[in-house]
Design a protein around this ligand. Structure first.
Ligand SMILES: [Cu+2]
Length: 132
């Protein structure tokens, strides 16, 4: 390689590194995007627990295979799905910035109050956000 080629390679590597830094998607960092695909079936969620790190943008894609709708909500992050529930046989997406550490249950079939489990189908979706 001549000196021009070497210089081009170095510039190219620098631009790739700058792109990673600009998007925040540094592999192994706590400030990336975490995507989870969760299947709702027989009133259970699979997986039933997800873990993220403070600073992550969290995307959850739900697929509900049950004949009833399931409510999900994370009021701590002002996050829910359209109309507050994943429709029977349907899909929905929830997205939020995990801006604080927490361990909670996002399954809220009891209604708008997450602590009201009187109408719960029995499912759990434990959401844990760990300190960066
Ligand atoms: Cu439910």
């Amino acid at each position: 390689m001549n000196q021009m080629t070497i210089a081009s390679v170095i510039i190219g590597i620098g631009m790739i590194a700058a792109a990673f830094i600009a998007t925040g998607n540094i592999p192994g960092g706590g400030d990336g995007v975490k995507t989870f695909n969760i299947v709702m079936e027989n009133n259970r969620y699979n997986p039933s627990e997800i873990v993220a790190t403070v600073g992550d943008r969290v995307v959850i894609n739900f697929e509900n295979r049950d004949p009833v709708s399931h409510g999900v909500s994370l009021p701590q992050f002002n996050a829910t799905v359209p109309n507050g529930h994943v429709p029977a046989g349907g899909t929905a997406r929830m997205e939020f910035i995990a801006d604080r550490a927490i361990s909670t249950d996002a399954a809220v079939c009891g209604g708008p109050n997450p602590s009201d489990k009187t109408d719960d189908h029995g499912e759990e979706l434990i959401v844990r956000v760990l300190e960066a």
